[in-house]
Design a protein. Structure first.
Length: 178
């Protein structure tokens, strides 16, 4: 009986983790006119909700957003391919959708962390940083490190390389008019 009570209380604690709930709440509401789904919340840390603790039903092993340019407010990059390698040298690709979001469900890929040598491919264009050599140790949510702070105070305890992008400026995009 004591073991059963212990298991039940452990399950309740996991479901009611106040720190996790704070992270979910900090994301705020959905953008106006965008329903929850594959194109919502570009640039946010996907695994906050899709990492197993919810509230989303779909669980992702890796997810993020690729933007067209380095400029803040840049649209997402549709039609890109993110290539990921895990520590067992297993490689997988994920396509970016019209919001620039990509994700791999845990049922599609259970990577052996750390991930390394992440690359972006888009119509043969080489991004300014063609390969990410930094190792991803345990969180497959790109926006945990790659984010655009709304104010400098958010950088008090950590820094960011900024969001992931294809080219520096819109003039460098394929088909851009000079």
């Amino acid at each position: 009986m004591k073991l059963r009570a212990l298991v039940l209380s452990a399950m309740l604690v996991q479901c009611n983790d106040p720190l996790h709930q704070q992270r979910v709440d900090a994301l705020g509401g959905e953008a106006a006119g965008v329903s929850p789904g594959p194109t919502h919340r570009p640039g946010q840390p996907c695994l906050t909700c899709h990492g197993g603790q919810g509230p989303a039903d779909a669980e992702f092993s890796v997810a993020g957003t690729i933007f067209q340019t380095a400029e803040r407010g840049s649209p997402g990059l549709a039609g890109g391919t993110v290539i990921l390698d895990d520590s067992n040298d297993a490689t997988i690709q994920a396509a970016t959708n019209e919001a620039g979001n990509f994700y791999l469900k845990t049922s599609e890929w259970a990577p052996a962390f750390p991930l390394h040598d992440i690359t972006l491919d888009y119509a043969g264009i080489k991004p300014p940083r063609p390969k990410m050599h930094t190792r991803i140790g345990r969180d497959g949510s790109c926006a945990m490190c790659h984010f655009d702070p709304s104010d400098p105070e958010k950088l008090a305890d950590r820094t960011t390389p900024g969001h992931v992008y294809l080219v520096l400026e819109a003039a460098d995009l394929p088909g851009a008019q000079p």
